[in-house]
Design a protein. Structure first.
Length: 261
């Protein structure tokens, strides 16, 4: 066989090996409707889809696939280990049984659970001194520091006077309708409602002490071997992407580890 024929065979073999260049699919779970500003599952808009698009556009080694699930299905998937990565979640939000099986990225986003009351009821900060004496409204499946992060609906109702609704939109609605003294709202959701003018948020008065402050990380399932937390950090810190991520978080008014370097 002539030399040029061998060269052609080599090129043919090289370009017919799809496994050498195919991106690795990474299944990223995010809660459907959790913080409207993070993801609107119906329109696939929000911080999460935009974040994932930047990740995919910046490199070709991985194909990040964002899957949004209702809170109960998400919890079940996490318990069963059916995920590669969780999108910017706090360790406290996942089942205790799975915490030893995840590694968190160094990169984090800061979020708060904040306490709000109607201004007409709360004259000053002393209004929030005794939470047990006040009725509260929160989101089904979410955990709160004042209740020891116990998510059981019966416990929250009987022991802490908490009514539970399907999302934070309804938390604000119930608060404005005077069906609870206190509403627990995530800082990102509050900013979203304010920016979208979904409600007159000026009617609400915020406690200076939040219920809880969380650093939310990418949580990587160590039982999978597709990607590591350190690899995610390497991608985020690359010059090709870091500025874009900073701009995206600024767009949504979100603080992160990039803001406090």
């Amino acid at each position: 066989m002539k030399a040029y024929q061998l060269f052609l065979l080599f090129l043919l073999a090289l370009f017919t090996q799809p496994s050498l260049s195919k991106a690795i699919d990474i299944n990223i779970l995010v809660e459907d409707g959790y913080f409207p500003i993070v993801i609107d599952a119906q329109t696939q808009r929000g911080l999460a889809p935009e974040f994932i698009k930047i990740l995919n556009d910046s490199q070709s080694e991985f194909n990040f696939i964002l899957n949004s699930l209702p809170v109960k299905r998400l919890s079940k998937s996490v318990e069963q280990g059916h995920f590669d990565v969780l999108f910017l979640m706090a360790l406290q939000w996942i089942p205790q049984s799975m915490r030893s099986n995840v590694m968190q990225s160094s990169f984090y986003m800061i979020t708060k659970n904040e306490l709000y009351a109607l201004k007409e009821n709360a004259i000053n900060q002393a209004y929030f001194n005794d939470l047990r004496a006040l009725t509260k409204v929160g989101v089904l499946g979410y955990s709160y520091h004042f209740a020891g992060y116990n998510t059981d609906a019966y416990y929250l109702s009987e022991e802490h006077g908490v009514s539970l609704t399907i999302d934070e939109y309804n938390v604000v609605k119930m608060l404005l309708l005077k069906r609870a003294n206190i509403g627990v709202l995530n800082s990102i959701a509050y900013q979203y409602f304010k920016d979208q003018k979904a409600f007159d948020m000026s009617l609400l008065y915020k406690s200076e002490i939040p219920d809880a402050v969380f650093d939310t990380h990418f949580l990587v399932n160590t039982q999978q071997s597709k990607i590591s937390a350190s690899k995610i950090d390497a991608i985020l810190n690359s010059s090709a992407i870091k500025f874009q991520i900073k701009s995206l978080l600024n767009k949504y008014g979100v603080s992160s580890s990039f803001n406090i370097e």
